[in-house]
Ligand binder design. Structure first.
Ligand SMILES: Cc1ncc(COP(=O)(O)O)c(C=O)c1O
Length: 361
């Protein structure tokens, strides 16, 4: 009998997301559950975004504007790029898939970090097209860009770099990236996945838009799921030179970003106060985690994002399970002994640290 599905599907497994709060409440009979597992914004969405979504809901009998007209206009102005240098997706996840559909041939090599220590979707979207993911070990929980550059050959189509990286929170610095780009040939695309861009504090962070303006084959990906607090609406965007965007537009579904998402995202962009409050709360929370981990004698990775990877010196899965039994959802990810915790509100952070202390006692 012939096989019903494509061979490429053999290499895929369903994505396992952070457990939703309701599921943990149901399964463990807990009332008070906090989710610190999917790098969402603990402050919630901006009230402006909520109001815009409520207003837009009256229009949902119409198809959305496929071009994301308003959102595109606002964002192009804010970023200082041409409107034709932007593409929108149903989350940046969809843009990763579109990149695969538009650019990957079977056999193309797609260079990326070790999937245990970077975003797993790069492997998935490589495999979906029958391309070959090429995994490069990480160095000190960050990208080893020299080793990645050494893997480039005639088959290399694209290189994925999450900056900041998930789950480590580490960044590739300006100088590291500049030296790396010197080694990348003109017919290789570099994706800078900047899902956590707005949280970055250091000045030593490469400016992806500069590279794009200078004509490099760089695609920057950003999202409204993180600092803007709109993960449930699903909207992300890509920035690149027009030639690359035009290719991506060919594989885009006509109405991929829904009406509510477009309205919410446009309003969220205007709420600078909400973004600043989110950034401030995140910074304070990160510092609190660092101080607490130091007192507890736990090693952690310095993070430029809204989560911290910490070595709990015991089996990470066991610790995550124990935390869940206490109503705190985190992810066992990275190495055998690390967990990743999203920075929450002050109260959530304190609860997490106190619970972790008790568990590790
Ligand atoms: C590095 C990175 N890229 C992309 C995404 C996907 O974000 P979204 O599809 O919600 O825009 C995430 C989400 O966790 C992420 O961590």
């Amino acid at each position: 009998m012939k096989k019903l599905y494509r061979d490429a599907v053999d290499k895929l497994t369903p994505y396992v997301p952070g457990k939703p709060i309701q599921e943990v409440q149901r399964e463990l009979g807990l009332a008070d559950v906090v989710k610190m597992a999917s790098n969402e914004n603990p402050l919630g969405p901006s009230q402006r975004a909520v109001n815009a979504v409520k207003k837009a809901v009256e229009e949902i009998h119409y198809y959305p504007e496929g071009s994301c007209f308003e959102l595109r206009k606002i964002l192009a102005k804010k970023l200082g790029v041409e409107e034709g240098q932007l593409i929108f997706g149903n989350g940046s996840d969809e843009l990763l898939l579109m990149i695969s559909q538009a650019f990957f041939n079977p056999g193309d090599e797609i260079i990326q970090g070790d999937p245990a220590l970077t975003f797993v979707e790069y492997r998935a979207v490589s495999n979906i097209s029958g391309a070959e993911p090429v995994f490069v070990p990480m160095k000190n929980y960050g990208y080893d860009l020299s080793a990645m550059a050494e893997k480039i050959n005639d088959k290399t189509k694209l290189i994925f770099i999450a900056n900041p990286n998930n789950p480590t929170g580490s960044i590739v610095t300006k100088q590291e990236f500049a030296a790396f780009m010197e080694k990348v040939p003109e017919d290789v695309i570099v994706v800078l996945d900047e899902a956590y861009y707005e949280y970055v504090e250091t000045a030593d962070y490469p400016d992806s838009i500069d590279y794009i303006k200078n004509g490099a084959n760089v695609i920057a990906l950003r999202t409204f799921s993180k600092i803007f607090g709109l993960a449930g609406l699903r909207v992300g965007y890509g920035i690149a030179k027009k030639e690359l965007i035009d290719i991506l537009e060919r594989v885009r579904q006509p109405f991929n970003v829904n009406t509510l998402a477009q309205a919410g995202a446009a309003a969220a962009l205007s709420d600078i106060r909400h973004v600043e409050a989110s950034r401030r709360m995140n910074k304070e929370g990160r510092e609190f985690f660092y101080g607490s981990f130091e007192v507890m004698g736990l090693e952690f990775v310095q993070s430029e994002a809204n989560f911290v990877l910490v070595d709990v010196k015991k089996n990470g899965k066991d610790i995550a399970k124990r935390l869940m039994q206490e109503g705190i959802i985190v992810r066992a990810i990275g190495t055998e002994t690390t967990i990743r915790v999203t920075v929450g509100t002050k109260e959530q952070n304190e609860r997490f640290i106190n619970t972790l202390k008790n568990i590790l006692k």
